[in-house]
Design a binder for this molecule. Structure first.
Ligand code: SF4
Ligand code: SF4
Length: 427
């Protein structure tokens, strides 16, 4: 049974509810790479209960422990009580941010996320100078750092930057017949790095004769800030986006998002975040009926499946990874597979539902050793399929999987939207 929001942040009540059955332990991403009871779901819950009862100081050790959760929700999926470990960790990270502050480089990044013009400028400068510090691998939209600096090891595979962002490459409205219209929320990695995702989505909408509204004023969904406890940035961006979506929502059938994390943030986490702001909570709930993951909407609301069935079959083998924010949080897993399977051969990896180990900004910087360790089994199961392509509707997974696979891997990552657009180009 799902919990009422007011119960979710009562850490001590949640702690009392945990029956210590341990069902969450084998699936826990952090416990699998750091086998210690304190870094397990029931360990986190226990400590958070003690913290709320005043029996645990939020000291550096506690900070370190609470920052080691990947927020993957694997524990929630298997817990017989559906205890929301991820959400109470997100909540305590705000207390951590207040007490210890936020590292300067994260603050700088979150500042960019609050201002689109600043973001555009920073990424433009980044594009100009990226060749100084990185070897570019244009075929996979990635780059390797040439040297080690704090937080960034040499040879780490990161997403490269494009000269022009997706949102700045197209007009705000693209007419494809005028009978139907959707808005696109592209997300930051799709806008500045993996631009072919948005371009592919526009191609698909053209084939379906559906007009596209690019929603150019959109701000970052603020998921990176939420997972780091920077609730000021979440408040700012969430309110802006909700107001902005309301301004055009009556003119479009849906707001489609080719990104698992952004869509989960907009659709689910905004409501949780606003649990103590009733007016904004209502507005977040009202707008969410318009928000869909791209494959979800295309599968269930268009004739794309039939259109793809009329196109040539590609002999390439695809293996599909389930992003935590798609399958575990939104129940989306059949839709991308159904669409991809029309033109490609799908071979399942041994456990597509295992978290790839992205984990957010802290996990990708200070706790990178955990992200790296969590990526090892995922990369191994992908390689074992001998697929040509690994796919997931999530750019954070893409960044993590590309790095875990290593720069020598021949397996290319593509968002399902890119694969579908490629299939539609064939006669
Ligand atoms: S599965 Fe749920 S009830 Fe069981 S130990 Fe884990 S958090 Fe507690
Ligand atoms: S959200 Fe993931 S990493 Fe965190 S406690 Fe649950 S299973 Fe473990």
């Amino acid at each position: 049974m799902s919990k009422r929001k007011e119960d979710i942040f009562n850490f001590s009540a949640i702690s009392d509810e945990c029956v210590k059955c341990g069902k969450c332990i084998p699936v826990c991403t952090i416990h699998n790479v750091n086998a210690d009871e304190v870094t397990s779901p029931r360990g986190f819950i226990d400590l958070l209960g003690a913290y709320q009862k005043g029996k645990l100081d939020l000291d550096k050790t506690a900070k370190d422990i609470f920052e080691s959760c990947f927020l993957c929700t694997a524990c929630v999926e298997v817990c017989p009580k559906s205890l929301p470990t991820d959400m109470i960790i997100e909540q305590v990270r705000s207390d951590i941010a207040h007490k210890f502050g936020i590292a300067w480089y994260k603050k700088a990044f979150f500042l960019l996320l609050r201002h689109r013009w600043l973001n555009d400028l920073a990424f433009k400068l980044g594009w100009v100078f990226q060749t100084c510090g990185f070897k570019i691998k244009a075929d996979i939209d990635s780059m390797n750092s040439r040297f080690s600096i704090p937080m960034l090891k040499a040879d780490r595979v990161l997403p490269s930057l494009r000269k022009k962002s997706f949102l700045n490459s197209h007009p705000e409205t693209i007419e494809n017949g005028g009978k139907r219209k959707v808005a696109i929320f592209i997300g930051c990695l799709g806008n500045y790095n993996y631009k072919d995702v948005g371009d592919g989505l526009l191609e698909i909408l053209e084939h379906l004769e559906i007009d596209a509204f690019l929603a150019k004023k959109q701000k970052c969904c603020s998921a990176p800030a939420y997972f780091t406890g920077d609730f000021d940035t979440v408040d700012n961006n969430a309110k802006f986006n909700i107001e902005y979506f309301e301004s055009f929502s009556k003119d479009v059938e849906a707001i489609i998002v080719p990104e698992a994390t952004c869509s989960a943030m907009l659709k689910i986490d905004y409501e949780h975040y606003f649990h103590d702001q009733p007016e904004w909570k209502e507005r977040a709930i009202a707008i969410k009926s318009k928000i869909f993951m791209a494959t979800e909407w295309l599968q269930n609301h268009t004739h794309l499946e039939q259109l793809l069935a009329s196109k040539k079959k590609d002999m390439k083998i695809v293996t599909y990874h389930d992003p935590c924010h798609a399958k575990k949080m939104q129940g989306i897993h059949a839709e991308p597979r159904n669409l991809i399977s029309k033109n490609y051969n799908i071979v399942e990896m041994s456990d597509p539902n295992t978290c790839c180990g992205f984990g957010g900004i802290t996990m990708q910087s200070e706790k990178y050793h955990f992200a790296q360790a969590a990526g090892v089994p995922k990369a191994a199961m992908i390689k074992k399929t001998a697929a040509d392509i690994v796919s997931a509707e999530c750019s954070a997974c893409r960044m993590q999987i590309n790095n875990a696979m290593g720069s020598e891997s021949k397996i290319i990552f593509k968002n399902p939207i890119e694969l579908i657009a490629e299939a539609l180009r064939k006669k």
